[in-house]
Structures are given as structure tokens and as C-alpha cells.
Unconditional design. Structure first.
Length: 108
């Protein structure tokens, strides 16, 4: 009976080693293999494939250039200590820009 336990232990050890053995890299240095893969990935393709040609989006509509931000010479700057006035001015300007971006509404 003791010999059966020994056979069982040796057999399970052999199976364990077979399943979880370390695999040696085929090309030698793993760093060289990664460098080779990176070089292949970075190479530009000569022609786009049919899937890539179909995936090209149509040209976008021309977007007008945004207005430059207002400077100190554009209007009177409220006093630094008058925060409530500054807040009202900023909110009014934001509302104007929002309405300008939305365009004319149906109610107007």
C-alpha cells in the first residue's frame, strides 16, 4: 500500500511539472522579440485596406473661427472688490454666448 502512495505522489508531481513547466522563449531574448514586434507595428502601411477606406469620415463643415476673448479694453472692468457686479457681468456674457451658439429659437 505504501508503494501505491509513492506512485501516486510521483505521478501527480510529474503531471504538475508538465502542466506548469516554464517555457523557454523560442527567439532567445524576450526584449529583442518585443523590439521586433514594436518595429513591425510602427511600420506604415503602403495602402489602406478596404475596411480602412470605407471608415474615412466625410469632410466636416467649416467651423468659423472663435471670437478672441474680451480684453480689458473691450469694456469697463468692474472694481475688484465689487464681486457681485463681476459675477453678474460674467453670467450675462455667458448667457449671450449661449444664445449665440444655440441660434434663433422657435419661440422668437
Amino acid at each position: 500500500m505504501l508503494w501505491a502512495a509513492g506512485v501516486l505522489v510521483r505521478g501527480s508531481e510529474a503531471i504538475w511539472r508538465f502542466l506548469f513547466r516554464r517555457r523557454s522563449p523560442a527567439s532567445g531574448d524576450p526584449a529583442e522579440e518585443l523590439r521586433r514586434k514594436l518595429a513591425e507595428a510602427r511600420e506604415p502601411e503602403d495602402e489602406p485596406g478596404p475596411a480602412e477606406q470605407e471608415a474615412v469620415p466625410p469632410p466636416a463643415q467649416e467651423v468659423p473661427e472663435p471670437e478672441p476673448p474680451p480684453t480689458a479694453t473691450d469694456g469697463p472692468e468692474p472694481a475688484a472688490d465689487d464681486l457681485e457686479s463681476l459675477r453678474r457681468t460674467v453670467h450675462a456674457r455667458a448667457r449671450e454666448l449661449t444664445e449665440e451658439m444655440r441660434g434663433p429659437s422657435e419661440g422668437d
